[in-house]
Design a protein around this ligand. Structure first.
Ligand code: SF4
Length: 387
């Protein structure tokens, strides 16, 4: 599989209380950051050993739409002159409603962005307010409409559900409102409480309660049913596409453990290596803009840590990532790759899940049912314990 390039844009106008991604709320160092990205590309390009050309670029964050179109164009040009790219490149930019106008969106298109991922999260003002988002439902609607009017034909939207105060009808209404914009892709996430965030602390103080397992399962089912009934492919636990042509090419690289180069503070990269390197390596950058810049000023790669994935770790990840996808895991291929008969090892546990209707299995492959998707993490854990 071709490699992909991820660029982390570490700026947000304000920190959302549930978010644990790295970002800074001041744009004062934006110019230094842009120069740093180009410098980091130089350093990465010197060491990089990939056989195929890149076919994706993903601007994630943070809030990449705080960059100007000319700045996005500059980073894309810098990437093109340092790495090899194929003809057909998916270039995704994450957009926060309220940070863009029809003019900036049109500018991103001219800059070379082919796909927008809009952080809608909800089209209900009460839900957005609970999430502490800066934008309103009106801002999100305006961004979705403007994106379409600018000619983007591949628009993704993020949705968060299971927000305290929501019932099943509210979740369904939010999905229906989003569907009226016919996005090509939807990423739907259940709200989770990340340790260390203000929302986590509020929950600890009993300010609100989270939906229980049964309610969460019902929400998940409602989201999946509504979207599949409307022609979307539920191709990964949290991801839906309006047909196979709109599956996220970049995210597929993570699920298939292809090489992804991560640039920017806190960015992660995964290097499958070629022949000479024994184990694939995951590498992550320092999660602090100032420190990241200091490393680059010294001519060093701003890497905070790395982990070589041995056979067991690769097998674990392949199982974990595969079961979260519609296709499931080809146990025959996995057994051959890791020289271990996984079908035989896992069959007693798999049988239990099949009997419960959570999994479908034949001699070669296992995949989760829609009900299984709802409890995917627990199933994967049980399988891993059996290995
Ligand atoms: S805008 Fe996105 S990245 Fe920034 S704080 Fe909010 S959730 Fe996190």
């Amino acid at each position: 599989m071709n490699p992909g390039l991820y660029i982390h844009v570490p700026f947000c106008l304000r920190k959302c209380p549930y978010c644990d991604f790295y970002s800074e709320s001041s744009l004062a160092q934006k110019k230094a950051y842009l120069e740093g990205v180009v410098r980091e590309m130089d350093l990465v390009a010197k060491d990089l050993c990939v056989e195929a050309p890149f076919d994706t670029v993903y601007f994630g964050g943070g809030t990449p739409s705080l960059l100007k179109p000319s700045e996005v164009a500059r980073l894309l040009e810098a990437a093109r002159t340092r790495f090899s790219f194929g003809e057909d490149v998916e270039v995704t930019l994450e957009v926060n409603p309220g940070t863009v106008t029809p003019t900036t969106l049109a500018g991103f298109k001219v800059a070379g962005v082919t796909r927008l991922n809009i952080g809608v999260q909800s089209l209900d003002d009460g839900t957005l307010s609970f999430l502490g988002r800066l934008h309103s439902a009106g801002d999100a609607t305006a961004a979705l409409e403007a994106a379409r009017e600018c000619g983007f034909s591949n628009i993704g939207a993020d949705l968060i559900y299971g927000v305290p105060g929501q019932d099943l009808a509210a979740v369904r209404a939010d999905v229906a409102a989003l569907l009226s914009h016919a996005p090509e892709h939807l990423s739907c996430y259940m709200l989770t409480l990340e340790s260390g965030t203000p929302l986590y602390a509020r929950h600890g103080n009993r300010d609100f309660s989270m939906p229980g397992d049964t309610e969460q399962g019902a929400f998940f089912g409602a989201v999946s049913d509504t979207l599949t009934e409307n022609g979307y492919l539920h191709y990964e636990v949290s991801n839906f596409a309006r047909g196979a042509g709109f599956v996220s090419r970049h995210n597929t690289k993570y699920w298939e453990m292809a090489t992804t180069v991560g640039i920017g503070p806190s960015a992660h990269g995964f290097y499958t290596g070629g022949g000479a390197r024994e184990h694939p390596v995951r590498r992550w950058n320092v999660a602090h803009l100032g420190t990241w810049l200091e490393h680059l000023a010294r001519g060093e790669r701003p890497v905070e840590g790395e982990e070589a994935l041995d056979r067991e770790a690769m097998m674990t990840e392949a199982l974990y990532l595969g079961l979260r996808r519609m296709e499931g895991v080809d146990l025959g291929a996995l057994s051959r790759r890791f020289s271990q008969d996984l079908g035989w090892v896992l069959s007693p546990v798999v049988k239990g899940f099949v009997d419960e209707g959570l999994m479908v299995a034949d001699r070669e492959a296992v995949r989760l049912t829609r009900r299984g998707f709802a409890v995917a993490d627990g199933i994967v854990l049980r399988l891993l314990q059996a290995l």
